[in-house]
Design a protein around this ligand. Structure first.
Ligand code: SF4
Ligand code: FES
Length: 256
C-alpha cells in the first residue's frame, strides 16, 4: 500500500493505461499484462539483482517536461503517472549492445544466439571469449541456491575472470534447482540408473513411494523437511501424487 493508502497506481506502458499494484516492478506489471520485456538475470522466485541490463525500459512522467531516462525494469517500482516505453529506439539499441556483449561472452550459447538474432545480431562485434562455456554470470543459480538455504554455489574471482562454482560441495543437496533455473543451460545435470550427476558429484535418487517415479535426493528431502518443519515422509511422494491425495481428501470433505 502506498503512503496515501492506495493499493494501485495508474500508469501507461506502450500507450496502454494500466492499474498496477503498488510495490510491483515495471517488469512484473508488463509481463502480467502480456507485454514482453526480455530479461536474463530476472527469476520470479528470487530477489532481483539488476545485473544483465537487458530489461531496460524508458520512463518519463507528464511533469518531466519531455525528460526521459532508461531504468532496469526488474528493479524499478511502478509509480503513479509513470509512462513506460518498452520499445523506444534507445531501449532497442540498449538491448542490441547487451546482446552483442553477451554473444562475445558466450558465443556457443543457443539461447543468446537466438535472442541476439531477434535484434538482427548474428555475430558479435566484440572479441569472442576463448574456451567459453555458456555461463552469462546472471547469478540466478547462486540466488536460487541461497533461497533454498543450501548456500552451496558462489561467485569466485573478479572482473572478467569471475565464475560460479560450488566451493563447498558438501553443502550441495543435489536438488538441481540451479540447473533447472539457469537460462543458458550452463550447469550440466544428468540422471541415469537412479543416480543424478551434478557439479561433478553423484546423488542417489529417491523414488516416489507410490508411483515409483524419481523425486529427488535423500539430501534434498532431509533439507526440505528440516527447513519446512514437515515430516520427511511428506517429501517422499511426487508432487503429482500429493496433488492426487489432496484432491481425494477434498472430495471426501466436500461429499461428506
Ligand atoms: S550457471 Fe547459469 S544460472 Fe548460474 S550464473 Fe551462469 S548462466 Fe546464470
Ligand atoms: S533482468 Fe533486469 S537487469 Fe537483468
Amino acid at each position: 500500500m502506498s503512503d496515501n493508502g492506495k493499493t494501485t497506481v495508474r500508469m501507461t506502458i506502450d500507450g496502454r493505461s494500466i492499474d498496477a499494484p503498488v510495490g510491483a516492478t515495471i517488469l512484473e506489471v508488463a509481463r502480467a499484462n502480456g507485454i514482453d520485456i526480455p530479461s536474463l538475470c530476472y527469476h520470479p522466485g528470487v530477489e532481483a539483482f539488476g545485473a544483465c541490463r537487458l530489461c531496460v525500459v524508458e520512463i518519463t512522467k507528464p511533469n518531466w517536461e519531455g525528460w526521459k531516462k532508461l531504468v532496469t525494469s526488474c528493479l524499478y517500482p511502478v509509480e503513479e503517472e509513470l509512462i513506460v516505453s518498452t520499445r523506444s529506439e534507445e531501449v532497442i539499441e540498449n538491448r542490441r549492445v547487451v546482446l552483442d556483449l553477451q554473444l562475445a561472452r558466450v558465443p556457443d550459447s543457443d539461447v543468446i544466439r537466438q535472442m541476439a538474432a531477434k535484434y538482427g545480431i548474428h555475430d558479435t562485434s566484440y572479441e569472442k571469449r576463448k574456451d567459453a562455456d555458456t555461463c552469462i554470470m546472471c547469478t540466478i543459480c547462486v540466488r536460487v541456491c541461497e533461497a533454498i538455504g543450501a548456500n552451496a554455489i558462489a561467485t569466485l574471482s573478479r572482473g572478467p575472470e569471475k565464475y560460479v562454482d560450488v566451493p563447498n560441495i558438501d553443502a550441495c543437496i543435489g536438488c538441481g534447482a540451479c540447473a533447472l533455473s539457469c537460462p543458458t543451460d550452463a550447469i550440466p545435470m544428468t540422471e541415469e540408473n537412479g543416480v543424478r550427476h551434478i557439479w561433478d558429484k553423484d546423488f542417489e535418487l529417491v523414488r516416489c513411494e507410490v508411483s515409483g517415479e524419481p523425486i529427488g535426493t535423500p539430501e534434498q528431502i532431509k533439507h526440505f523437511a528440516e527447513k519446512s518443519g514437515l515430516p520427511e515422509s511428506y517429501f517422499t511422494k511426487s508432487d503429482r501424487q500429493r496433488k492426487k491425495e489432496t484432491a481425494a481428501d477434498l472430495a471426501r470433505v466436500m461429499l461428506g
